[in-house]
Design a protein around this ligand. Structure first.
Ligand code: TRP
Ligand code: ZN
Length: 482
């Protein structure tokens, strides 16, 4: 757009030049003053697929969300307290929020002015913020939260159900129910308190710290200690059946199941401890303080999601789907992509976890599954088999493709190629070393390839893994079988 204006209308270029000078002058004047010195934080973090997601100039440490929801009126009231550290001198900064009405904003206890433009909520504090300063922003908001349609036409954000709602946030939907720095690169701890009509339950991430009923409304307070990306935050409101248990290693398990799914789901859900223990042997220590599941009715969402500690399933899951979503707790939730381009690190590993599970549980081996896919007889339909080769996993052609099969199956094949190249012992060292090195952090594709090269175990193996990246990760078309 700016390019168009500049080349077609030279006059506006001149105007823009003039205003830039004026702004520079203003900034200079401001800098010589003592109180006003900051500049506005960026309105996005330049994600290659979702440039408006996230914001620049600060780093969130903690979200304290208090939400009330009335399912009959479809009305949400929220107070979001965001504790962040400024990474530059700030005169203004943005949070991402889609829909809803902002009632008021304060920063460090003083009323702040705000402006909304699409999904950008721009906040101008009464006083500029200093680089390095930790500051608290409170946003009061309300309204009927939106369902967000993704570039691939899937639905996320706030999804209404028969008795309540579920909130799903990959890649962008969390901004439909709370204002935040909505990008996986900025993880934070969370307190999520949800008040619903008595009789309903509100399930979220982490551990339940309080449940109290007053005047016909029940408040559920949930706490997530470990860092969480905004896309993994969830709330599920409904008449859930809640069950608690503990794994042998002492991790609390909480499942919340829509009553109509309880019978169908019971057997697979009972295997969560066993699945988690198997994953700990393969991937390293479980990164979070609790686990479990949220099972909604089948049509309530179009897909399962690895919501942190407590994946969400639309309908009773089978063990393999539980394996996939719990594998994400290591791959995606603890080791989180730096941008949405690194999606294959999530889905490739979660898919490969399914193959390993089959291999260890009397099904096909990962090698057999790899061979079926390569031969084009994994799926029934030819177009589904062909689709796996549509693009390289580390370079999806657009935002609409980040959850296509090249990211999942071909991503899984990349992991298997590494295992072939280095052998099982080194492979599991690499997997466990990777989850340890980046535990509760962010990583991208290059971090991963560098890590694998470094730990491949000698020059010959290093050369072998290096030969994988070009054709399997970045190259177009179906790689030649070596
Ligand atoms: N991550 C989910 C899974 O595989 C699938 C998914 C849901 C997804 N929404 C998405 C993937 C948006 C990419 C983008 O379990
Ligand atoms: Zn997945």
């Amino acid at each position: 757009m700016p390019h168009k204006i500049a080349s077609v209308h030279p006059r506006s270029t001149a105007l823009r030049g003039a205003s830039a000078v004026a702004i520079a002058a203003l900034v200079l004047t401001a800098c010589s003053g003592s109180r006003v010195h900051g500049t506005p934080g960026a309105d996005g973090v330049r994600d290659p697929y979702f440039p408006q997601l996230g914001n620049g100039g600060y780093d969130v440490a903690h979200y304290d969300l208090a939400i009330g929801y009335d399912p009959d009126a479809r009305h949400l009231t929220g107070t979001a307290e965001v504790t962040a550290r400024a990474t530059q001198d700030l005169s203004a900064f943005n949070l991402d929020l889609k829909g809803l009405e902002v009632k008021g904003v304060s920063v460090e206890g003083k009323d702040a002015s705000f402006h909304r433009d699409g999904q950008e909520l721009t906040i101008r504090p009464a006083e500029d913020l200093d680089k390095g300063e930790t500051f608290r922003t409170i946003v009061r908001y309300s309204g009927s939260p939106e369902t967000v349609t993704d570039p691939d036409d899937s639905k996320e954000g706030w999804l209404r159900t028969e008795e309540g709602a579920i909130a799903l946030g990959e890649p962008s939907g969390s901004m439909a129910w709370f204002p935040g720095n909505n990008h996986p690169s900025d993880k934070a701890s969370y307190d999520i308190r949800v008040t619903v009509p008595q009789g309903l339950k509100a399930i979220s991430n982490g551990e339940l710290t309080r449940e109290s009923t007053k005047n016909g409304r029940t408040t559920f307070a949930w706490h997530s200690t470990e860092p969480m990306a905004s896309y993994l935050a969830t709330v599920a409101i409904g008449p859930y059946e809640v069950k608690k248990s503990t794994t042998k290693s002492g991790i609390p398990v909480l499942t919340a199941v829509e009553p109509s799914e309880a019978k169908a789901g019971a057997k697979a859900l009972a295997r969560i401890p066993e699945i988690l223990e198997w994953q700990e042997l393969n991937f390293g220590p479980y990164p979070f303080s609790s686990t479990g599941a949220i099972v909604t009715r089948e049509g309530d969402a179009g897909y399962a999601l690895e919501t942190q500690t407590r994946p969400t399933y639309p309908g009773a899951p089978d063990p393999q789907l539980i394996v996939h979503e719990l594998a994400h707790q290591w791959f995606g939730n603890s080791v989180t992509p730096k941008s949405w381009r690194d999606m294959w690190l999530n889905e490739g590993f979660a898919t490969y976890a399914e193959w390993l599970w089959q291999e260890d549980n009397g099904g096909d081996s990962a090698q057999e599954i790899f061979d079926q896919i390569y031969a084009g007889d994994y799926y029934e339909a030819k177009e589904d088999n062909d689709a796996i080769w549509a693009f390289p996993p580390a370079k999806p052609p657009s935002a609409a493709n980040i959850s296509d099969s090249p990211v999942y199956e071909r991503g899984g094949m990349v992991i298997h190629k590494i295992r072939q190249a280095v052998g099982d012992d080194t492979f599991y060292d690499i997997v466990q070393g990777w989850t340890k090195a980046h535990r509760h952090g962010n990583a991208d594709t290059e971090d991963f390839t560098r890590y694998v090269e470094k730990h491949a175990g000698g020059e010959a193996a290093r050369a072998k893994v290096r030969a994988i990246w070009g054709p399997w990760l970045y190259g177009d078309g179906k790689p030649q079988r070596p």
